[in-house]
Design a protein around this ligand. Structure first.
Ligand code: KIV
Ligand code: ZN
Length: 546
């Protein structure tokens, strides 16, 4: 099920966009029937405004370097137009937009401007491809905010578009608060700006007050006097931004404004990942987005903005392809479409089974097998019972705890083969953290020293150096259990072996010294990995292995 590679982005103007294999999505037949007779565009363009409207998310401020990283990721993702910022806002903002415009990206780079020549001059200095000019047109904005008449607003819009065109820019225009503007006045502005050759017109639902049914009719009506490509820009104040964006396309829009993870002013904007998957799944409309990269870009944006993705967020949330209930796990294990509307890999995610109160033996068995544990029926029954009891007491059970329960039931945690004999670590100001360990590995003494970015990194590297460089630290999780400088912390490590990617192991430890707790977790994980490797080779290869 290999997806085709995306075509070039908007700058090259190539068609027809990225194709998601139909086999990857399992959509209702009723939905297909309803839209079978509706005329849809072959392909819809995506304007991503994560770096502009997305940055207007309360408490988000990105550095120029971080903005450039996000822009590069959006370009790789296949976004047609990147709204890179609002240059007149500050010198720092202009600097970021300039850097992005100069980065040689395939996407069209756009800057936001008010309907004023000085804003457009600021954009011109950044060397962008296009400007997104906006001017509020609703009664409340004209009377209370801008304090100008409708005629003055129309003239300002015309002057600004004319100015942008005279300076060789692609011009997109938005009547801000468009969905609360009288249709007749919207029409007046749209006709006037088309006379001065505006390239695209956008309809913003600035405060997210539309419903999908109204949006279809609204866009259909406006479309009658709009001869240039039409975009929609929907906010999520009632949680309808994605539905309204899809409705906009049903009404005739050929471009959708969105942001990664639905970031944006107040409740946010339409989430790119949901819009793109919705367009393809429900209408068969393509975009240029390489959907397999969506989860990666979502994580990057979350990391750099500091805004966590809610676990239950559609498409890219941690739980979007996680299954806990026994009935669901059983179903998905025999046929994934039973409880999944699409395959996780098409959006760059993995299916996970979570162990908890609703788990049955299918989920628990699958999980334990990942770590090489095979249990008989009685042992399984006991593990399931203990897991349910644990979960019912309100505690979360992670993989390491499940493994500990299973080992307790099967009694297989034999004498550890790897024992920590000595351990020292030095760290300080202007000093490279350095750790030395002495390990007893099945009767053989091994010593290693390593440096690292911090004492934990140095210690874990020294242990790996003493045991085997084939060991890969796949995950390291550190959580504070209590507060204060003497807080209890919990460390979980997930280890793999690069010679045999099926070998996985977990180690977990709790204590108040984060360095020694990390070392203990690592040694526990290594012992489990050692036993798995011994079992896999019947003990014959132990000397060669580590
Ligand atoms: O929501 C909005 O109206 C905007 C404008 C700048 C188009 O973001
Ligand atoms: Zn907006």
């Amino acid at each position: 099920m290999q997806a085709q590679s995306p075509s070039e982005n908007a700058k090259e103007g190539a068609e027809p966009g990225f194709r998601i294999p139909d086999k990857g999505m399992f959509i209702s037949e009723y939905n297909k029937k309803i839209f079978a007779a509706t005329r849809m565009p072959e392909r819809v363009k995506i304007l991503d405004t994560t770096l502009r409207d997305g940055e207007q998310t309360p408490n988000v401020a990105l550095s120029s370097d971080d903005k450039l990283k996000i822009a590069q990721a959006l370009d790789e993702l296949g976004v047609d137009i990147i709204e890179a910022g609002f240059p007149v806002n500050s010198e720092g903002e202009a600097d970021a937009v300039r850097k992005i415009a100069g980065a040689g990206l395939k996407s069209e780079i756009c800057a936001l401007c008010r309907a004023s020549p000085s804003d457009i001059d600021a954009a011109l200095k950044c060397d962008v491809d296009s400007v997104h000019i906006f001017l509020a047109t609703s009664k409340v904005h004209l009377e209370k905010k801008l304090k100008i008449t409708q005629e003055e607003a129309r003239d300002k819009a015309v002057t600004a578009v004319q100015y942008a065109k005279d300076h060789g820019l692609i011009a997109e225009f938005s009547c801000e608060d468009g969905t609360r503007t009288e249709l007749q006045f919207l029409d007046v502005v749209h006709r006037a700006i088309q006379e001065v050759k505006v390239d695209r017109i956008d309809i913003p639902d600035t405060v997210g007050v539309m419903t999908p049914t109204a949006m279809v009719q609204f866009v259909t009506e406006l479309k009658k006097s709009i001869k240039v490509p039409l975009a929609v820009h929907c906010h999520d104040d009632f949680g309808l931004s994605v539905a309204n964006s899809l409705a906009g396309v049903l009404g005739g829009a050929e471009e959708v404004h969105c942001t990664i993870n639905g970031l944006g002013e107040r409740a946010g904007n339409a989430a790119l990942e949901e819009v793109v998957m919705g367009l393809q799944a429900f209408f068969g409309v393509r975009t240029n987005i390489n959907t397999r990269k969506m989860a990666f870009v979502s994580r990057l944006v979350s990391q750099l903005t500091g805004i966590a993705v809610p676990p239950n967020k559609a498409i890219v949330g941690e739980n979007a392809f996680s299954h806990e209930s026994g009935i669901h796990v059983h179903g998905v294990l025999s046929e994934c479409s039973t409880y999944e509307p699409m395959r996780p890999e098409i959006v760059g995610k993995e299916r996970t089974f979570v162990v908890g109160k609703h788990s049955g033996h299918h989920a628990i068995n699958t999980k334990l097998r990942e770590y090489g544990l095979e249990l008989n029926q009685d042992q399984m029954k006991e593990v399931v019972a203990r897991v349910k009891k644990w979960a019912e007491s309100g505690k979360k059970l992670d993989d390491a705890e499940l493994l500990a329960v299973a080992y307790d039931v099967i009694g297989q945690e034999t004498e550890p083969a790897i024992k920590l004999e000595e351990f020292t670590v030095f760290t300080g100001l202007n000093f490279t953290p350095t750790a030395t360990v002495v390990l007893d590995i099945d009767g053989e003494t091994r010593r290693a020293s390593e440096t690292g970015v911090g004492p934990i990194d140095a210690s874990l590297s020294a242990i790996r150096a003493a045991v085997s460089k084939n060991i890969v630290l796949q995950e390291f999780r550190l959580e504070a259990i209590t507060g204060g400088s003497n807080a209890l912390c919990e460390v979980t490590v997930k280890l793999g072996d690069c010679e045999d990617t099926k070998l996985l192991s977990l180690g977990k430890s709790v204590g108040s010294d984060i360095v020694t707790v990390s070392v203990d977790a690592m040694v526990e994980g290594l012992n489990r990995l050692w036993h798995r490797k011994m079992n896999a080779t019947n003990g014959q290869e132990k000397r060669k292995a580590y």
